[in-house]
Write a protein that binds this ligand. Structure first.
Ligand code: BES
Ligand code: MN
Ligand code: ZN
Length: 502
């Protein structure tokens, strides 16, 4: 695709290679800012030249989220960076602390982080979390023409003891993969719908996916008709733009350790259709309703680099959801791939319609497990807010693999039950299912709907309606689209174990 368009839509795809990240054993002379980790309880490192009392008087406690930049007559700015209680350090907290450090020096400074060999968390883990924290905190997708304060970080050095060099190198490698994957998902979700149409999404997937070692299959309208993908085609009916389904295949070298399918909701803009949304703040952000698909694409670009041993197939279900004279009407009945019929009683419950086709395709492809991810319900946002995503599933093992991965990458999940008793809310008089349940527990009835299409396979569903968008800058998260889910899926796929018969 046109390289200018590509770098407008996903600037971090091209910006990261220009980034200089190095592991050193001595601090280079030309470094401009150094993070000095300070706990909230133990001794203050000598290198700061200040004691705890002096730091306290300046309002710095050493808590996670606190940082104090100390200018010195010559040499790098020392940034006292709070890491909380010394023995409670986790890689998630390192990521948070590194993000706060990177924001304490908001210009194009060369940044250094000293990684101790005895932090309680491994050097590799600390390094990769620090890299992610710094880079994720300072990147922003923007077409602003004047923005002096917004300069991305271009140089980072990690200072370690000689014996930790190898671990730190590996940490840098992994941290850069996590960063790239997360930024890619963020860029895709930030890119406005007029730029990132379903057709463009397929082009981006091809342009980025092929060099990352993925096979990329693009299905246009004709192909979707042949496949009988009535859910995606139904939602697309009101749109002046073409739909696309993108199927991504990752095949590991050698015999795969399993086969995981990932399904992502790719609503490029959700107007609600004829059940049109009101014009409030949250609905103005509906260009991000393709975050699930962006997450799947982004995560899959990291599989080869992280040596994933499972075969992974990804489905990006892309269209916008628009009202028009040709749009789906209430009471219309769609036939999903595989033949199940759905009565549409609210055109704003469109995500589950496009996902259903892909769930059937994934089950037909003989996957060992299916994970789907979607900005699916306002109910999930109401229940959990913007910090945690909802997870539901038919497979406790898949749910716990996702939860473990989420804890590692700091994209946390909270499980809701899939309550069988609510299934009857989806009964229709004229079709196999209706596309909405009652007014309560919308995230659960949405999951019950999706479950109808997985043919009994181990399945888990991640609802990122709350976490896809951050209301304010917070740790490694910037205001706006977060890319939440991309590192989660990558970590889950790399650690994937075929669920035992449950
Ligand atoms: N994309 C929305 C869900 C959403 C809402 C995400 C707010 C982020 C913030 C989804 O397509 C939707 O409109 N869901 C409806 C479903 C309802 C009509 C059953 C909802 O949750 O209101
Ligand atoms: Mn909707
Ligand atoms: Zn939607």
């Amino acid at each position: 695709m046109d390289p200018t368009t590509l770098s407008t839509i996903v600037p971090s795809h091209t910006a990261l290679p220009g980034l200089d990240v190095r592991v050193v054993t001595d601090l280079p002379d030309d470094i401009e800012a150094v993070a000095v980790p300070v706990t909230s309880d133990g001794d203050v490192p000598d290198s700061l030249g200040l004691d705890r009392d002096a730091l306290r008087r300046a309002g710095f406690t050493g808590a996670i989220g606190s940082a104090l930049a100390l200018p010195v007559p010559s040499g790098p700015v020392l940034v006292a960076t709070g890491i909380g209680e010394g023995d409670a350090l986790t890689s998630a907290l390192v990521r948070d602390a590194a993000a706060v450090f990177a924001r304490a020096v908001p210009r194009d400074a060369a940044l250094a982080v000293a990684v101790p060999s005895d932090a309680g968390v491994g050097v590799g883990e600390v390094t990769s979390a620090a890299i992610e924290g710094i880079l994720l905190a300072r990147h922003r997708w923007s077409l602003r023409t004047t923005d002096p304060a917004e300069v991305p970080v271009s140089r980072v050095v990690i200072v370690v003891a000689e014996e930790s060099r190898e671990a730190a190198d590996e940490g840098v490698r992994r941290g850069l993969i996590g960063t790239r994957v997360s930024l890619l998902a963020r860029d895709l979700a930030t890119s406005p719908a007029y730029l990132l149409t379903a057709e463009r999404m397929a082009e981006v997937a091809t342009t980025i996916g092929v060099p990352a070692g993925l096979e990329v299959e693009v299905h246009d309208r004709a192909s979707l008709e042949t496949l009988g993908c009535g859910g995606l085609l139904g939602v697309n009916r009101g749109s002046a733009r073409e739909p696309r389904m993108v199927v991504l295949h990752y095949r590991p070298e050698g015999e795969p350790s399993g086969h995981l399918a990932l399904v992502g909701k790719g609503i490029m803009f959700d107007s609600g259709g004829i059940s049109i949304k009101p014009g409030d703040e949250s609905h103005s952000q509906m260009k991000n309703d393709m975050t699930g698909a962006g997450d799947v694409l982004a995560a899959m670009t990291g599989l080869r680099d992280l040596g994933c041993t499972a075969e992974v197939t990804g489905y990006l279900m892309c269209t916008d959801n628009m009202p028009s004279g040709t749009a789906m009407l209430l009471g219309d009945i769609l036939t999903i791939r595989g033949g199940k019929t759905v009565e549409v009683l609210n055109t704003d419950a469109e995500g589950r319609l496009v996902m259903a086709d892909a769930l059937v395709l994934a089950a037909e492809a003989g996957a060992d497990a299916i994970i789907d991810i979607a900005t699916l319900t306002g109910a999930c946002l109401r229940a959990l807010g913007t910090r945690l995503a909802g997870v539901m599933g038919s497979s406790p093992e898949m749910v716990s693999q996702l939860e473990a991965a989420g804890a590692t990458v700091d994209e946390p999940l909270w499980e809701f039950p899939v309550v069988d008793a609510y299934r009857k809310e989806l009964d229709s008089d004229v079709a196999d299912l209706r596309n909405i349940g009652g007014i309560n527990a919308g995230q659960i009835t949405a999951a019950l709907f999706l479950r109808e299409f997985v043919d009994g396979l181990p399945w888990a569903h991640v609802d990122i309606a709350g976490t896809a968008q951050a209301p304010a800058e917070d740790r490694w998260i910037r205001r706006g689209p977060t890319g939440f889910g991309a590192r989660l899926l990558l970590e889950t796929a790399v650690g994937f174990e075929v669920p035992s018969a449950e």
